[in-house]
Design a protein around this ligand. Sequence first.
Ligand code: ARG
Length: 463
Amino acid sequence: MAQLWGGRFTKETDDLVYRFNQSLPFDRRFLEQDIRGSRAHAAMLAAAGIISAEEGEAIRKGLDGILSDVKSGALVPEGDWEDVHSFVEANLTERIGDAGKKLHTGRSRNDQVALDMRLYIRDELDGTSELLLELLKTILRVMEDNRDTFMPGFTHLQKAQPVTLAHHMGAYFEMFRRDTERLASIRGRMNVCPLGSGALAGTTYPLDRGMTAELLGFDRPCDNSMDGVSDRDYVLEFLSALSIVMVHLSRLSEEIIIWNANEYRFIELDDTYATGSSIMPQKKNPDIAELIRGKTGRVYGAMNALFTVMKGLPLAYNKDMQEDKELTFDAIDTVKGCVRLMTGMLSASSFNKERMEESARQGFSNATDAADYLVRKGVPFRDAHGIIGRLVLTCIERGVSLDDLPLPEYRKECAAFDEDIYEAISLKTCVERRLTKGAPGDMENELGACREWLRDFAGRVRP
Ligand code: ARG
């Protein structure tokens, strides 16, 4: 057992209690952030004259030594230490002597862990945004390559109206664009520094909280020290945003699974992103898409768990909050992995344009356009709807599509039909006529807007 406290105790902690309480096995994940925070705290202590300049410098060098040793593998953050904070402080004191014992002046592990978690989440939030930007670029590429790939658009998983693959994928572009913007807005709200909140009520030392906030890239120090140590809203927001990313990934996965089904064959998964069966030699399974869909549950689970942990906590710090870590780390790893895999799977897959177009031709996805044709000839829409409905029935009886139904059959239902009906209900016309903003015929404008957003957003996050 190795801990930073014990003066007022007369007995050793029970071994099981010690293990139950210990967080080093998982909070060592933010050792780098812990050191960054301690460097800033020490620099501020020296600048404010709370420790000497020499002590400040010794602490800085010691902390840098710990970080480079951990990176090289010479030092492994494990063993009996209660948490990463104790591990770093003890190791520092071993290296530089008494100056190491001064690092914790005016600080508590409560504001220290609040800072570490915030720095860590901020880094991971940026990392997740970068991965989402890669996914968005890939989706844009698929859109650009498939401007003329006609396919049925579905409602109720029934063929509804013809669209293009570019338009269909454009909907996913919007979803992941909102995810990226959501992360950016969380970042803006969370970028306040809790360091200097102390255990809960600040300190009597003349800390310069503005200095540490600035050194660590925060917009400002937090306004209330009790909130500073107990706020985990940003973790809840991050887990909520990650859950929404997973909703989107899972919906896209579901479509890939359907498109890969024998009956559809819209997509050909690359061999590198598919799996086989141990017994059925013919199988090429979409396991990756299924796993992404399945892993969505764990991310919602993490979000639900933390909401439940937080809901009854009185102010200020409570040890329950240590539970924010493992589940958040797991959610982050899961989401980043899934975004990467979706990007790879989409780039490596090919789309079966002929099958998609053929599918759009069958199933009367141009029936609305046939009705609109009659409207243009002066027939009221409700009547046109009935006429085309009866013609669809005729087609079903004969096993043909509207494109193949002879003109006399059309005329039997309504004299307004002419030879130009065939051109009016061709897939190309159906798509190109839909010029409303955001519709499949408006694709060039949509593509331009997507490209522009990517350029501007990437510029904003990496100035
Ligand atoms: N491991 C703790 C956590 O994750 C660090 C803070 C401990 N503070 C305390 N007063 N016990 O929350």
